[in-house]
Design a protein around this ligand. Structure first.
Ligand SMILES: [Zn+2]
Length: 150
């Protein structure tokens, strides 16, 4: 804020050299206004530094979360929907999407993770606790259809 300091110095000099007291009063007002602007500028600079630091912190948190999501995807654990979106049907859970449709996969009633299809002729199985569905993977469309009509 060197510009403000230069202007304030000039005004201080003018105040000592002008003869008319009305001009001196005007100059003192301008001087005060510049001092206020200078303080506001300092406060803004401080706030900007604070926000920049917070931004940096958030960016590093986002990076950590993105790495966690990538790791979970690699491990095959899908991110599950909130528990209130689950509907129990045939002893397992189904996730209801917006609009009332269901995801075409069952979720484990104990772990709430997506159950795996091993083969169309076998039940879906939870890779965590080994719970399996009372229906074969190939029957999923009929199961969903009945659930959506119920
Ligand atoms: Zn399970």
């Amino acid at each position: 804020m060197d510009t403000a300091k230069n202007v304030l110095d000039r005004i201080a000099h003018l105040i000592t050299s002008v003869r008319d007291s009305k001009d001196v009063d005007e100059l003192r007002i301008v001087q005060h206004q510049i001092e206020v602007l200078q303080q506001e500028h300092l406060a803004t600079q401080k706030e900007t530094r604070k926000v920049a630091a917070e931004n940096l912190e958030l960016a590093s948190k986002v990076k950590v979360l993105e790495q966690q999501i990538a790791r979970l995807k690699v491990e095959g654990k899908e991110i599950v929907a909130g528990p209130d979106e689950f509907i129990e049907h045939l002893g397992v859970l189904f996730s209801r999407k917006a609009g009332g449709r269901y995801l075409r996969k069952p979720f484990c009633p104990k772990c709430q993770r997506a159950m795996k299809e091993v083969s169309p002729q076998l039940p879906f199985t939870c890779s965590g606790c080994k719970t399996s569905t009372p229906f074969k993977a190939s029957e999923i469309n009929d199961v969903i259809l009945r659930l959506e009509r119920s």
